[in-house]
Design a protein around this ligand. Sequence first.
Ligand SMILES: O=C(O)[C@H]1NCC[C@@H]1O
Length: 340
Amino acid sequence: MRSSKTIHVISAHAEGEVGDVIVGGVAPPPGDTVWDQRTFIAEDQTLRNFVLNEPRGGVFRHVNLLVPPKNPEADAAWIIMEPEDTPPMSGSNSMCVSTVLLDGGIIPMQEPVTHMTLEAPGGLVRVKADCKDGKAERITVQNVPSFADKLDAMIEVEGVGSLRVDTAFGGDSFVIVDAQDLGFSITPDEAGDLARMGARITDATNEQLGFNHPDGDWNHISFCQIAGPLTREGDLLTGKNVVAIKPGKLDRSPCGTGASARMAMLLAKGQMAATDRYYARSIIDSEFRCRIVEQIDLNGRPAITPEISGRGWITGIHQHMLDPSDPWPGGYRLSDTWGA
Ligand SMILES: O=C(O)[C@H]1NCC[C@@H]1O
């Protein structure tokens, strides 16, 4: 057995969404900030291709690279690699990383609660982990500033016609559409159609509305959130949603950045009070428990600090290797599974 590189990975999922964590074998990428390191990874593509592409990866896989923190407040830092993007933040991936850091013994666990500050490319996130018997049982993350952007905008989507949409940022950028407007009930048998429709709506929104983060460094819509109806019991809003991730898969978790974006949008529309809670359900019926921690001002724009909470589990340990004679060191993608 021979290998020109060996990458050590602890695999995990959070409420159904895969988030592997590279814990060794990769030197920190160049860059003065974690954002600059993210940009290197996104432009260079070598690591992304190696871990995301087949035969090691697959369209369902997200991979996180632990890096030494740049911010002195942070206990750990990481870069998120998703099928299409290398994003500022990710809810399910932050929960996978927290689970691996604690259950894997990289950061000492304090029972019953461990507090950590993690540095994502998009900023610091505060983590509270409820821990018992050596297991981080629930990960609660205070996300980066989230805000509504365009409300009740109209776009034209091929095969659909005019569609009413909202756009919002929750650590990543979303177009949010009403599932009922598209005739979806968000059930597993609709998965293929939801993924294809979501990718088309994301493309149409980028062409017709666009998105610019006020910090100037995230200038497209990444995801389409197809949002089911909400029910209210007292101060608790509950609702299903599904997020289409380009080129053509669905988030199996309720999507933490999506829940953050949806809360910012609901607050802006007066459909959620700052004191309400929101339980987001996924297409496989997993749940993130969410709330608004505070309302803030983001460069003159009303924004929120969202909190998202879910569970993560380790699924295995892998060592990815590259035999020098392997003709596909960068792997490959085919549209049978990578197409929308
Ligand atoms: O929970 C989230 O925010 C994510 N899940 C996969 C895609 C998004 O980054």
